[in-house]
Write a protein of this length. Structure first.
Length: 112
């Protein structure tokens, strides 16, 4: 079962913005999706990372976190989905979107 829906629900609940999903099934043997989102401040970034880390996954998988301590960019592996959550300036600086621009992708609408 894919982790994409619970990940997107968590990102929406945590009020992240500018969410984009990349379908990497054809180019990555270990993961199906990469999600990029922006947090508006450090507190929101840390809270989002903790919620993602606590998502349930299949028994053979675990969630993994990189960049957890006061970082402006965290990576959370949630089963088959990799999630990058950035602060705005960090996202603009690294511009990961350019790595996967040619893969199928879609944006997830921000809720008002």
């Amino acid at each position: 079962m894919s982790q994409l829906d619970p990940v997107l629900t968590t990102l929406s609940d945590m009020k992240t913005v500018d969410r984009i999903v990349y379908d990497v099934k054809t180019s990555n043997p270990f993961h199906d999706y990469i999600v990029i989102a922006t947090a508006t401040n450090q507190r929101q970034l840390q809270a989002t990372m903790k919620r993602l880390k606590d998502l349930p996954v299949e028994s053979s998988m675990t969630n993994h976190v990189e960049g957890a301590d006061n970082s402006d960019w965290v990576l959370v592996t949630c089963g088959d989905t990799i999630v990058h959550v950035f602060l705005k300036e960090e996202r603009e600086y690294y511009h990961l979107e350019k790595l996967w621009f040619d893969l199928p992708h879609w944006t997830v609408a921000d809720e008002s």
